[in-house]
Ligand binder design. Sequence first.
Ligand SMILES: [Mg+2]
Length: 176
Amino acid sequence: MSRLLRLLAPRYFVTAVLELTPVRLRTWGIEALMLDLDNTLVAWGKIDPPDEVLAWLEDLRQSGIPVCLVSNTLSRRLRAATVVLDLPAAPGRSKPSADKLRRALRILGTSAERTAMVGDQLFTDVLAGNRLGVPTVLTGPLSPYEPLRVRFVRAIERFVLRALARRGVVPIRPQV
Ligand SMILES: [Mg+2]
């Protein structure tokens, strides 16, 4: 299997971040999260997350699971999101560079093995996480509304996931 294909393989898959309950994260040995913003926590171009996402973040907080935003969005919008979500955001070069994730680890103060990168896109979130060697979680998109360029990328993502599956590389899904 090519090195690039291996770097695009998520370790876990959930249909929504809400499935990442504190109990499940502990089962997987994960103590902290680095979170993508767009279509992971909020709909594209929005800042206010759904109430369930806010409740989930509060649940993590009360369970002592620290969280840091790792987003490629414009700095002004990201600053607004940090206020609404009450979360820190890592500075640095955009994903798929691992730069922001490396800085996020420093903010979180947790180890790479126990800090997962969670996001909805293979070519930014999963690739950046695998480059750094942290556990990666691919999540289904929060909302079906996506810019045209993202819909184009989705077709390539499906192709990559099928190629991985043919080689027996299938992400772990939560047991119901
Ligand atoms: Mg995203």
